[in-house]
Write a protein that binds this ligand. Sequence first.
Ligand SMILES: [Zn+2]
Length: 113
Amino acid sequence: MERRAGRPPSRPLYLEILMTQPVDARCPHCRTPMSRWANPQLSSWSGEYQYVCFNDECPYFVRGWAWMNERFDVTASYRFRLDPATGETGPLPVWSKEAMRENILPEEAASAR
Ligand SMILES: [Zn+2]
């Protein structure tokens, strides 16, 4: 067990990053870390969760209200969504700032200890 004496930790930096940040879970529109969000049971998404930007100041979300209103005459917007299983991104439609928040997963399991 003495063979490692004096040697620096050899784990490459890229592995360190991959292990602590499985995907780039920051919103590309506002640079805010995104929340893990449980997939609805009756959805076609395959994984257990996706990353969703729940920042109410996010430009993507903010301009979504006007976009939806102009084109569809509805009071709704969408939040930025990233599926970590496929890397696919897209809009998650919401009808209020509070909508969909009940599906946000607690982060204790990942960050505590
Ligand atoms: Zn955002």
